[in-house]
Design a protein. Structure first.
Length: 158
């Protein structure tokens, strides 16, 4: 007669790891699609002023950003403490704004160019003379749609 062996109690079957690579690649793909890369590295101090009546922009891909303010701590030894203009990822002079606007317009489709606007992200302690110089250059290249980026609220924090 055949002899039957009893199973030992407490033995757990091995966990199958066959689907583990599929799960890892699915997570990797999800994070690659869902992650938004930062457009520009901020090289100037950008403590935005407060405003109580603001509107949110609908299409951020149709906005050209100009940053203005004192160079951040990493750049003060090289560029000093006077207010600077940042276009994309480099410091620029006021005279370079026209070329920046032309390059941004050239990178967009022809039918979208009339809808482009310029956003000024200016530090609240920046010199108003610098802002006026920026606006004069924008007028020269007919970039007349300008908005100022601010924080919501009032100066007192209400």
């Amino acid at each position: 007669m055949a002899k039957f062996n009893k199973k030992k109690s407490g033995d757990m079957p091995a966990i199958s790891t066959a689907s583990l690579p599929d799960i890892v690649f699915m997570l990797l793909f999800f994070f690659m699609v869902a992650t938004v890369m930062r457009q520009n590295t901020l090289m100037v101090e950008n403590n935005l002023p407060f405003a109580d009546q603001i509107e949110k922009l609908d299409k951020k891909d149709l906005v050209m950003y100009i940053y203005a303010g004192k160079p951040s701590e990493n750049y003060t030894k090289q560029f000093g403490t006077a207010a600077k203009i940042q276009l994309n990822d480099k410091f620029a002079d006021v005279s370079e704004i026209a070329a920046f606007i032309a390059a941004e317009r050239a990178s967009k489709r022809e039918e979208l160019v009339p809808f482009l606007s310029t956003a000024l992200k200016v530090d609240q302690d920046a010199n108003m003379g610098l802002i006026m110089d920026i606006k004069k250059e924008l007028r020269k290249v007919n970039a007349l749609k300008i908005n100022y980026t601010t924080k919501k609220g009032s100066v007192t924090g209400e």
